[in-house]
Write a protein that binds this ligand. Structure first.
Ligand SMILES: [Zn+2]
Length: 189
């Protein structure tokens, strides 16, 4: 079988007498089949056959740095929709609905999520768990809000003089936040 042919799940790719099936394959009655869509790759020295997906799902893993939008703020947590992963422009597969527990927002003690994050905030966060549910933290310096809009007039909020909170340049409304260290000066990596 040629090394560049696209195969579909259930298609025969080799026989077990000649090859050992690796990723992207399954075996039945001595025959190796594709378990996913992809290209067949054979290692003639090791006698291994694989089916390599041309576009593996971009699923989040613990430690990933992500960009997310705060969906809701509750008493003990915020919920967020993950919209991107640092280092890739590819669409995300799998779970993108995440929670951030109140204890994972700021290195300082906080008992009020709404003093740290607000609905609609764009944040940079790190994945701390993917099972049984997607969980994020914004505890580090470089994590937290990266872009926030005034809830009254939708103007982009700017850092206050102390640099620890935000205010609206239009309606002079001040509001606390857990800010990323580069708030207002973000380069998306
Ligand atoms: Zn405003």
């Amino acid at each position: 079988m040629s090394g560049s042919e696209l195969v579909f799940p259930g298609e025969e790719v080799a026989i077990e007498e000649e090859y050992l099936g690796a990723e992207g394959t399954f075996s039945k009655d001595g025959v190796i089949y594709a378990s996913q869509i992809g290209k067949v790759e054979t290692d003639e020295e090791e006698c291994i056959v694989r089916v390599i997906s041309p576009n593996p799902p971009n699923v989040l893993a613990v430690g990933d740095i992500v960009y997310a939008v705060i969906a809701d703020v509750r008493s003990t947590m915020a919920t967020a929709d993950v919209v991107g992963k640092q280092g890739t422009t590819r669409a995300l597969g799998g779970e993108t609905y995440a929670t951030i527990h109140v204890s994972k927002i700021s290195p300082e003690y906080t008992d009020d999520v709404s003093k740290e994050l607000r609905k609609g905030d764009y944040i940079r966060a790190r994945v701390t768990a993917v099972k049984p549910s997607l969980q994020l933290t914004t505890k580090d310096q470089h994590l937290g809000a990266i872009r926030c809009l005034c809830f009254k007039c939708k103007t982009e909020l700017v850092r206050d003089k102390k640099g620890t909170g935000l205010f609206c340049p239009k309606c002079r409304f001040a509001t606390p936040r857990k800010l990323a260290d580069d708030y207002g000066d973000v380069i998306v990596e």
